[in-house]
Ligand binder design. Structure first.
Ligand SMILES: [Zn+2]
Length: 234
């Protein structure tokens, strides 16, 4: 019975390794998706910045043409003002020109601040372009690695499964049946009992009589709480 138990523990270890591998493999698509999302975020923040810069350029262009138009208009108006005959009309025209000049200086200020913003944003976009290119490359490498990992894990699983079949052949049918029944419900299907008689998977205290039986290694003993097959370290 003792060698049978040792074989069973080896089988359970392979099974546990397969479970971990499957879990790792299943987490990969999500990890890949997360990387894809990061790449997308980089792209869209760059796009957003590009849109911002182009809207500043448009506004600057519009204000600059408006500035020139207004300047011309004022110049023409100032010539015409001199030809006005009545005082009332003359004063009204002067008022109009003064208002227009005020608007012109406001436009000028606005053009200055837009130019400064454009310069700042253009520099920012250049910086963002270079940092996101580096980040993107790292992410793409990471993604390729994850895809490779998936293949490697599949190979490992196949190897472990082949080994598992060999180990199963070594076991008595009754032992294997009991093991499979437990494995179907809970993984791992075996649990180490500590030297002071505690099931290491569910932490229950194994009753003293049962623990004595377990130490004899004459039969398969299950944990009274989690039903896993218990084993002890020798
Ligand atoms: Zn237990």
């Amino acid at each position: 019975m003792k060698t049978e138990l040792v074989k069973l523990i080896l089988l359970a270890q392979i099974d546990a390794e397969i479970d971990v591998l499957i879990e790792n493999r299943e987490s990969l698509p999500l990890q890949i998706k997360e990387i894809e999302a990061k790449i997308q975020a980089l792209d869209s923040s760059l796009e957003q910045k590009t849109r911002e810069v182009s809207s500043i350029k448009n506004e600057l262009h519009q204000k600059t043409s408006a500035f020139h138009e207004q300047k011309e208009w004022i110049a023409e108006r100032e010539i015409k003002v001199k030809e006005i005959k009545t005082i009332k009309e003359y004063q009204a025209a002067l008022k109009e020109v003064a208002k227009s000049k005020k608007e012109l200086s406001e436009l000028e200020a606005s053009i200055h601040s837009l130019s400064a913003r454009l310069e700042k944003e253009t520099n920012a976009i250049q910086e963002l372009e270079s940092t996101s290119a580096v980040e993107k490359e790292t992410l793409l490498t990471e993604m390729a690695q994850k895809k490779d990992q998936s293949f490697q894990i599949n190979e490992l699983i196949q190897q472990q499964q082949a080994e598992k079949i060999e180990k199963e052949k070594d076991l008595m049918e009754a032992t294997l049946k009991k093991y499979r029944q437990i494995k179907n419900r809970i993984s791992p299907a075996v649990s180490l009992a500590s030297k002071n008689g505690v099931c290491q998977e569910c932490n229950v205290n194994i009753p003293p009589q049962l623990f004595i039986e377990l130490q004899k290694l004459q039969q398969i003993i299950s944990c009274p709480r989690c039903y896993r097959i218990l084993y002890i370290e020798e």
